[in-house]
Design a protein around this ligand. Structure first.
Ligand code: SF4
Length: 473
């Protein structure tokens, strides 16, 4: 019979343990330490605390290590991190056996939102310095992530109007009461009651909410997080944000991250490509892939004008030979050639329904002599085509779709970006923001994407393919 191994609670150690020995040489915590130690935190915009009244304070780099290690390991709440700093050996090692409390951790996060977003950019630059970022194919996509505010906190226009009526009645009552008290007791030492200012502040918030509903045409608004919007998620319609990312094919690194509160990706193509260029120090990928959600003529034209090569599936053509996209415009002569080679002359200009551009209308006068007029139009005055200022870039995009090589490339899109969202949502367990407001949510998404990148870089570091350059002393 073999000896049973039991815990010996009375044992003492012959030599006191050294903090440096608490985690093995290949531990992720060591990688996080190397990355943060190599950062010039002041240059990145971190507020380096001096401490109050000469009291000792926690070093900014130590708190950043705690946040990064926590996010790499699904620990995202300040109280969870506080507990882990006392119980988790890797965090005890990272903090050098100091245990910052949740208030300290939160204050660091609150005061350094902009600088925390720089950490994401730093994670991309580490990959670039190690030549890991391919710059050949990038893919952009968005994923809906639930806001911290639940659907129960959302109010419809009718509910807000009801609340406004109630508030106004309440304010009127308090004001009558105030007037009565003031005339009874005189003005000396008199002040407006807090109840009245609170009710007026609430009325302002409700009025602002109603204004948003009117302007954006949305049906519900959360009182806890007025910037979140109802979006279609895997779990149904939820108060959410639209988290955007651009990923690199070769390394799988996220090279741009942002959050918007628009329920679709329609307006995000050019802004996201520009964001990627900013992060990559002015560079752009040879080709950028997107899905049909980004099929916005205005955005495609803006991205093409900025010099980006884009490839996305377009639904416009649908195999219709006489679709508007198959009419070729001669800009100099201001006329259009139809698929049968006939010329359509400029007729008039009209505003588009959305009001965002002027459409130039060209009309065909050859219908009587055209053998395929019946297939082309039902208009007795002859076929009319209305071309937007972005017609040529839409056409150029369609020409790309006809190239089998490009179509094949387009199939790579989901293989580049989907694993990134799977890493964040499924393996990383990040399915809901824990902060309120667009600005805070942007910071949290940056932190999530930064740690997603760091975990990929860690694997390269383990394989000896990545060396972190220390910050200049
Ligand atoms: S009807 Fe006019 S525009 Fe249409 S195909 Fe014939 S010639 Fe061209």
């Amino acid at each position: 019979m073999s000896r049973e191994i039991r815990a010996d609670y009375s044992q003492t150690l012959m030599f006191p343990p050294c903090v440096e020995d608490w985690v093995p040489a290949n531990h992720p915590a060591r990688f996080i330490r190397e990355v943060v130690d190599a950062m010039d935190m002041e240059e990145m915009g971190f507020k380096m605390s001096e401490g109050d009244d000469g009291r000792p304070h926690y070093a900014g780099d130590m708190l950043l290590k705690v946040w990064l290690y926590g996010y790499c390991n699904r620990m995202r709440s300040t109280r969870g991190l506080e507990k882990a700093c006392m119980e988790n050996l890797s965090l005890i090692w990272l903090t050098g056996n100091n245990a910052p409390d949740h208030n300290t951790l939160w204050r660091f996060y609150r005061d350094n939102k902009k600088a925390i977003r720089e950490v994401f950019k730093k994670s991309v630059r580490i990959g670039m310095e190690a030549n890991l970022v391919g710059m050949v194919l990038h893919a952009v996509d968005g994923t809906k992530i639930q806001s911290a505010a639940s659907g129960r906190t959302s109010l419809s226009k009718r509910q807000l109007e009801k609340a406004l009526k109630k508030l106004e009645a309440g304010i009127e009552e308090i004001e009558k009461e105030v007037e009565k008290t003031r005339s009874d007791e005189g003005a000396a030492g008199w002040a407006l009651p807090q109840e009245l200012s609170d009710a007026k502040a609430l009325r302002e918030a409700v009025l602002a909410g109603l204004e948003v509903l009117r302007e954006e045409g949305v049906k519900n608004l959360s009182v806890v997080d007025p910037q979140a919007r109802v979006m279609k998620t895997q779990d149904g319609n939820r108060m959410s944000y639209n988290a955007q990312a651009v990923a690199d094919d070769e390394s799988g690194l996220i090279v741009a991250a942002d959050v918007v509160n628009e329920a679709n990706d329609y307006h995000q193509l050019a802004p996201m490509l520009q964001e990627a260029t900013r992060t990559l120090g002015g560079l752009a990928a040879e080709e950028n892939l997107a899905d049909a959600g980004y099929d916005c003529p205005e955005q495609i034209a803006a991205a093409a004008q900025a010099g980006y090569e884009i490839l996305l599936p377009m639904s416009a053509e649908k195999g219709d030979e006489f679709h508007t996209v198959n009419f070729k415009r001669d800009v100099e002569r201001d006329e259009v050639a139809c698929p049968m080679g006939q010329t359509l002359k400029f007729e008039r200009e009209r505003q588009s329904k959305s009001g965002n551009c002027a459409l130039r209308v060209y009309r065909c006068k050859h219908g009587a002599r055209c053998a395929r007029a019946a297939e082309c139009t039902k208009d007795k005055r002859g076929r009319a085509v209305e071309l937007s200022p972005w017609h040529e870039s839409t056409q150029a995009q369609l020409m790309k779709q006809r190239d089998p090589g490009k179509r094949c490339k387009l199939k790579r899109r989901s293989k580049i970006i989907e694993p990134v969202f799977a890493a964040v949502k499924d393996r990383g367990g990040f399915r809901r923001f824990t902060v309120h407001g667009l600005e805070n949510v942007k910071t949290q998404w940056s932190l999530v994407c930064a740690t997603c990148n760091l975990m990929k870089l860690y694997r390269q570091w383990l394989a000896g393919k990545l060396k972190i350059t220390p910050a200049p002393a």
